[in-house]
Write a protein that binds this ligand. Structure first.
Ligand SMILES: [Zn+2]
Length: 307
C-alpha cells in the first residue's frame, strides 16, 4: 500500500510517497501558496497527487499541517496568517470529490509525535509526550499508542502552561508561559538582551550560534543557556508530574545538540522532579527531523484505512 504524504508549513509543502513498511519511495517539496490557502492548498495537493499517480499507485493520502485541525472531518478549524486564508479548508472533502481518495489530516505537532512512535525516537513506546522547541513550544501526548487530543482537540498545549504567574506577557494574553522562557526564540531573545548589556551586541545570533558559544565557554551564552535549561526542566517536570509518561521526546532545532544537551538537561531535571518520577523518565531527542510529519501522516492514514 502506498500513501501520498504531505507536511504543510508556512514556507514549503514537503511530500513523500511512503509504503506500509515505512519505506520512503519519493521525497520532494514545493512552495506553499501565498494567498487564499483555503482553496489553493487543497488544489495544490490534488495536482501533486495526480502527478505522483503517474509513477505510483496511491491508496490514500496522509496530511500533516500547521493549524488547528478537525481530524474527523479533515478540515482546518483555524490557522494563523502564516498561511493566509487557510482557515476553513476542507482538505479531505476536496480529495474525495476530485480524486475519490481517502485521506487523514492531523496537526503537525501531533503527526510528528506519531511519526516518532512509528519510526523514530519513541519506537516501541506506547506512552510518551513530545515537546517541540521552536518559535513557540508545541506539545503532543500519546497514551496507550494513541494521540490524546482532548475534548476540543486542544490537548498538549505545553507552551502556554505558566511556569511563572507574574512572568513575561505572552502572545496568548496570559503571563509567564513556558514558551516565553524555553522556546528557541526565547533563548535567542534573552541571549541578545544579555549580550547587549555586556557590551557585545550580537544581533544576528541564532540558536545554533548561541550553542556554539556555549560550547566555547562564552560567559553570556553559558549564563543564558543555564537559565534556559532550568526553565525547560521546570516545564518538563510539570508535564511528568501530570502524565508520568516514562518518555519525553524533545524536538526542534535544539535536538541537533544531541547527547550532551540531553545529559545537561537531565541533570537539572533531576533537581526539579520528585525522585520516583525522575528515576522513571527517559528524555531523548527526536530522530526524524524533517521526515517526522510525513511519517506520522502516513501511519495515521494507514491506520484510518484499516479501521
Ligand atoms: Zn501563552
Amino acid at each position: 500500500m502506498n500513501i501520498a504524504c504531505f507536511d504543510i508549513g508556512g514556507t514549503f509543502i514537503k511530500y513523500s510517497v511512503i509504503n506500509e513498511k515505512g519505506e520512503i519511495l519519493l521525497k520532494d517539496k514545493f512552495s506553499t501558496p501565498k494567498e487564499n490557502c483555503r482553496i489553493e492548498i487543497p488544489k495544490a495537493l490534488v495536482e501533486r497527487i495526480k502527478d505522483i499517480s503517474n509513477y505510483f499507485k496511491i491508496d490514500a493520502a496522509g496530511i500533516s499541517t500547521a493549524g488547528q485541525v478537525d481530524s474527523d472531518k479533515g478540515e482546518i478549524v483555524f490557522a494563523t496568517e502564516n498561511l493566509p486564508g487557510y482557515t476553513g479548508a476542507k482538505i479531505s472533502e476536496h480529495l474525495r470529490n476530485e480524486l475519490n481518495l481517502p485521506s487523514y489530516v492531523e496537526n503537525d505537532v501531533n503527526a510528528a509525535a506519531v511519526g516518532e512512535m512509528w519510526m523514530g525516537a519513541a519506537k516501541g513506546k506506547n506512552n510518551f509526550a513530545c515537546i517541540t522547541l521552536g518559535t513557540g513550544i508545541g506539545g503532543a501526548i500519546v497514551i496507550d499508542g494513541k494521540l490524546y487530543k482532548g475534548i476540543n482537540g486542544g490537548a498538549g498545549e505545553f507552551g502556554h502552561m505558566s511556569i511563572n504567574e507574574h512572568g513575561e506577557n505572552c502572545t496568548c494574553g496570559f503571563q509567564g508561559c513556558f514558551e516565553r522562557y524555553s522556546s528557541t526564540s526565547a533563548l535567542i531573545r534573552r541571549y541578545k538582551a544579555e549580550a547587549e548589556k555586556a557590551g557585545s551586541a550580537d544581533e544576528n545570533a541564532t540558536g545554533e550560534s548561541i550553542m556554539k558559544l556555549v560550547r566555547e565557554g562564552n560567559n553570556t551564552a553559558v549564563k543564558v543557556y543555564k537559565d534556559f535549561l532550568a526553565h525547560l526542566a521546570t516545564g518538563i517536570a510539570n508535564v511528568v508530574h501530570i502524565l508520568d509518561p516514562g518518555l519525553i521526546v524533545i524536538g526542534g532545532g535544539i535536538s541537533a545538540q544531541g547527547q550532551s544537551f540531553i545529559n545537561e538537561l537531565e541533570e537539572v531535571f533531576k533537581t526539579k522532579a520528585m525522585k520516583a518520577y525522575a528515576d522513571n523518565t527517559e528524555i531523548v531527542t527526536a530522530q526524524l527531523q524533517n521526515d517526522a510529519g510525513v511519517y506520522g501522516a502516513c501511519y495515521l492514514a494507514l491506520k484510518n484505512m484499516i479501521e
